[in-house]
Design a binder for this molecule. Structure first.
Ligand SMILES: Nc1ncnc2c1ncn2[C@@H]1O[C@H](COP(=O)(O)OP(=O)(O)OP(=O)(O)O)[C@@H](O)[C@H]1O
Length: 260
């Protein structure tokens, strides 16, 4: 950890169903950094992200900008930290624009139908970022899984929080939007946000992320630049795979290639 770190996690432990699922995890991340959280299924990635978002109880210490997150009043916390949950479940037939406007709720905009100029601008920017302007009047319940995923991302973007936590935001997206969303998250980071994204796509993680956190059986086994963390011995140990490696346009190419 260094003095530049904005988000600091120290000794985080999470128990679910009577078992320790996240085990003594510590790391620090600066703003302006896109970080990918990777690890095999069941490693504890979602559990860790939910604990970071304050959605489930945990032990240890989480600070953002020097303040202990659990002590920040809820609405203020929601302005500092936005969260894209896993999955596309939506139960209310609201228009896309209204769902995205819920991202402004922590800013005191409870009614999506009556937004002030600042809130309306933030919603419009978020819709534009994920190419949802043409669908803004459609009901979310009538969208495809990938389109709903983009609604969830836009809702989190609309909050304009300095910390964005996203659980598999590209999981159900087609290749075009996988690239578009990873590029968008990278732009958010370049603009000063701290973006932490869970993904199973280690190829896109290698290409877009500045930093990789690797979780295995609840433990953080590596934290650092993609070239170091996604090195062959670790992919073999943690994922039981070999990967094809190359480069294209001066960027790394990493393709899961064979089971070990
Ligand atoms: N509510 C719960 N009660 C009990 N056990 C749980 C609960 N939620 C998750 N678990 C268990 O905790 C472990 C970690 O789950 P988690 O969803 O965090 O894994 P993950 O790394 O995100 O997996 P995936 O990549 O498959 O989404 C798993 O063994 C899971 O079965």
């Amino acid at each position: 950890m260094s003095e530049a770190d904005y988000f600091v996690v120290d000794g985080l432990c999470v128990s679910l169903g009577g078992k320790l699922r996240v085990k003594d995890v510590s790391f620090g991340l600066p703003r302006g950094c896109l970080t990918a959280l990777v690890g095999p299924s069941g490693a504890g990635k979602t559990t860790l992200l939910r604990a970071l978002a304050g959605l489930i109880p945990s032990e240890g210490r989480i600070t953002a900008g020097g303040e202990e997150v659990s002590k920040i009043p809820v609405r203020q916390r929601a302005r500092r930290l936005s969260y894209v949950p896993q999955g596309e479940a939506v139960h209310w037939p609201l228009p896309v624009r209204d769902v995205v406007a819920l991202g402004r709720y922590p800013h005191g905009a409870p009614d999506p139908q009556r937004l002030g100029v600042t809130d309306a601008d933030a919603v419009a920017r978020a819709l534009h970022e994920v190419d949802l302007m043409p669908l803004q009047d459609r009901r979310v319940t009538e969208l495809s899984g990938g389109e709903r995923r983009r609604v969830a991302i836009a809702r989190a973007l609309a909050t304009e929080a300095p910390i964005l936590l996203a659980d598999e935001p590209i999981a159900s997206l087609d290749p075009y939007f996988q690239l578009a969303v990873m590029a968008l998250l990278q732009r958010q980071a370049r603009a000063g946000a701290l973006v932490l994204v869970i993904t199973h796509d280690i190829g896109l993680a290698a290409r877009f992320a500045d930093c990789i956190l690797m979780l295995s059986e609840g433990r953080l086994v590596a934290c650092g630049p993609p070239s170091a963390v996604l090195a062959p011995p670790r992919l073999a140990d943690v994922f039981s795979i070999d990967a094809y490696r190359s480069s294209h346009d001066a960027q790394p190419v990493l393709v899961p290639w064979a089971m070990r």
